[in-house]
Design a protein around this ligand. Structure first.
Ligand SMILES: [Zn+2]
Length: 408
């Protein structure tokens, strides 16, 4: 079920038992008059839409207990997708993982190391955030046991505190936050061979073996000023990831196409001497807010988000579209969009203004590129082919470099 609104959606989900139902509250929303309050049935699921009070629209999905439902928010935050039983995009989470214990396995002047034990192989992602300096680790499809963390001393030489709790939207995610005492610390994640144990090492200043300093990526032989793009910073954002597949058509996942092209752009930019960063380099979920936060912390010259389009109602729809929000984004779009249209032989779907989250909240000039329509079978085959992906990556990189040469 797709729910479309004219403003940003802030959903609240509640799962209830007997009968099994998902309650979805859209806060600050009002039903449009033509969409009257009603109840309808899809398969063995009953859906009831009602104005709960003056500012909350409540949608209740009632069905058999075995129904797994997942709620996703679209990139522009104006569409909600509720995936349920019978949907191809459904992912059933039958057996949650459990976090059993956490302890400090080592703490001295040089480092603090936490050891986390789980029932099964851990599936996690982490990001480092600033002001205040902290590490945020999300354990996907994972719950806590009662004994977890009961004897943990939360402060060490490097850590001022450690918090955790269940952060969930449709599926259980345990979020752990480690507050660091200095921004000069580095972190290292190591798993046991079975993946059920995770060691998080916080290394004091100068103790890290891997540098996260972008300056380290620079070619030491490069002559400053010789090439204007040298040392420029670009963040590439492959849309979707992990359980958020994006569009799925003809056996292809949007998240994979986006990542494939993004990785190629990253490699080409690095070859050209640009410090390129990815918001995700593998198949994992990150929220829109995290993408923006990652980018704003890097403080790049530009931000480029890559997506593949889909319009179910019109499978003929085709072409390249580039979205921007700010004037800076518009300027960037003119370079990247023109280069793509010139080089890859796809219809010109135009440069468009939209308040996509990543464009709106990125501090740097930002664009969101829709690289073609997955609902158009011809374009879908192209998007999935290595050759077209490489052509697109080349054109996007060329556009970025031309922009950087003229604007940095
Ligand atoms: Zn997308």
């Amino acid at each position: 079920m797709r729910i479309i609104t004219d403003g940003n959606i802030s959903p609240r989900t509640i799962l209830l038992d007997s009968p099994s139902r998902l309650v979805l509250d859209l806060i600050g929303a009002e039903l449009k008059s033509k969409l009257q309050e009603k109840t309808f049935t899809v398969g063995d699921e009953q859906i009831r839409v009602a104005q709960f009070d003056t500012s909350i629209v409540r949608i209740v999905f009632t069905g058999p207990k075995s129904h797994q439902r997942e709620v996703r928010i679209s990139d522009n935050e104006r569409q909600l997708l509720v995936l349920g039983e019978g949907s191809k995009q459904k992912q059933v989470v039958e057996n949650f993982n459990k976090l059993l214990a956490i302890k400090i396995s080592k703490t001295d002047a040089k480092e603090t190391t936490y050891q986390i034990d789980a029932e099964k192989k851990l599936n996690y992602k982490f990001i480092k955030l600033h002001d205040p300096e902290r590490l945020v680790i999300d354990f996907v499809d994972t719950k806590l046991t009662d004994a977890f963390g009961s004897n943990l001393v939360s402060e060490t030489g490097h850590v001022s505190g450690l918090r955790y709790g269940l952060a969930t939207l449709g599926r259980p995610v345990t979020r752990m936050v480690i507050d660091l005492k200095s921004k000069n610390y580095t972190e290292e994640f190591k798993e046991s061979p079975t993946g059920t144990q995770l060691f998080i090492r916080i290394l004091g200043a100068g103790q890290g073996i891997s540098s996260t300093n972008p300056e380290a990526d620079k070619d030491p032989n490069a002559v400053p000023g010789e090439n204007k793009v040298n040392g420029s910073k670009v963040v590439i954002d492959p849309g979707h990831g992990g359980y958020d597949h994006g569009a799925i058509y003809g056996g292809h996942n949007e998240k994979d196409i986006n990542l494939a092209v993004a990785s190629k752009v990253e490699a080409l930019l690095k070859e050209a001497g640009v410090a390129a960063f990815m918001t995700r380099a593998e198949d994992r979920f990150i929220s829109l807010a995290e993408r923006v936060e990652i980018s704003n912390n890097i403080d790049p010259d530009i931000f480029v988000s890559l997506h593949s389009n889909a319009v179910v109602s019109n499978p003929k729809m085709a072409g390249l579209q580039t979205y921007f929000f700010s004037d800076g984004g518009y300027k960037l779009a003119q370079f990247t969009h023109k280069q793509m249209v010139d080089d890859v032989g796809m219809p010109d779907g135009k440069i468009r203004k939209a308040n996509f989250w990543v464009c709106k909240y990125s501090k740097s000039p930002a664009v969101l590129i829709e690289m073609g329509f997955m609902t158009n079978s011809e374009e879908r085959e192209k998007l999935a082919s290595d050759r077209y992906q490489a052509d697109l990556a080349k054109a996007i990189t060329k556009g970025i470099i031309k922009y950087l040469e003229e604007n940095s």
